[in-house]
Design a binder for this molecule. Structure first.
Ligand code: ZN
Ligand code: ZN
Length: 167
C-alpha cells in the first residue's frame, strides 16, 4: 500500500480531482479503481456517492469516452467569471455562464495559461508550467501538478510528441 507524508491542501484537492476521474469514467479498469480508492482512503478524500460510482450498465460508452458518468463538483472555478466549473468531461469544460475551456491532456485542469504544448497527431493541448509559473486557483502550489507536467514529455492520449510551446 502506498503511504503519503504531509500533503498540501492544493495537492489533496488535486488528488481528489484525479481519484474522482478514475471512479467516474465509464471505462476505468478495476485495478485502477482499486488504486484510486486506496489513495482516497489514505488521504481521507471525499468521494462521489457510492451508488453512482462507475458504469451502472445502463449505457454502453466507448472505451475512449472522456465523459464522466456524472458531473463532479471539485472546487474549480471559471477564470473568466469565477462561477463554478464542474468536472464533466476530460477534454472540455463549460462554466455556468457559458465560458468554454479546453482541459489539459495530462492533468485535466483548465487550459488557462498562455503557454501550452500541442500533440502533433491528436492535437490535444497540455499545460506548460514550472514552479515559478502560477497555476489558476485552486491548484496553485500543488507540487503534484508540477511534477506531473514536468514528467510527461509525450502525449498521454496517443504517445506522440508535443510542439508549439507559446510563451
Ligand atoms: Zn465563466
Ligand atoms: Zn496525442
Amino acid at each position: 500500500m502506498m503511504t503519503f507524508g504531509y500533503v498540501e491542501d492544493a495537492d489533496r484537492l488535486f488528488a481528489r480531482f484525479v481519484v474522482t476521474q478514475a471512479l467516474l469514467l465509464p471505462a476505468t479498469p478495476e485495478s485502477l479503481r482499486v488504486v484510486a480508492l486506496s489513495v482516497a482512503l489514505q488521504l481521507q478524500l471525499e468521494l462521489p456517492e457510492r451508488a453512482e460510482i462507475g458504469n451502472d450498465g445502463s449505457s454502453q460508452p466507448q472505451n475512449s469516452s472522456t465523459r464522466l458518468t456524472k458531473p463532479a463538483s471539485l472546487g474549480e472555478s471559471c477564470p473568466a467569471c469565477r462561477s463554478e466549473v464542474l468536472l464533466e468531461d476530460l477534454a472540455t469544460a463549460t462554466c455556468a455562464n457559458g465560458h468554454v475551456w479546453q482541459r489539459c491532456s495530462i492533468t485535466s485542469l483548465l487550459m488557462t495559461a498562455a503557454a501550452s504544448r500541442t500533440c502533433v497527431v491528436c492535437c490535444r493541448k497540455a499545460l506548460v508550467t514550472t514552479r515559478q509559473r502560477a497555476l489558476h486557483a485552486p491548484w496553485n502550489g500543488a507540487w503534484t501538478v508540477y511534477e506531473m507536467l514536468e514528467a510527461v514529455q509525450r502525449c498521454v492520449w496517443c504517445g506522440n510528441e508535443f510542439v508549439g510551446i507559446v510563451q
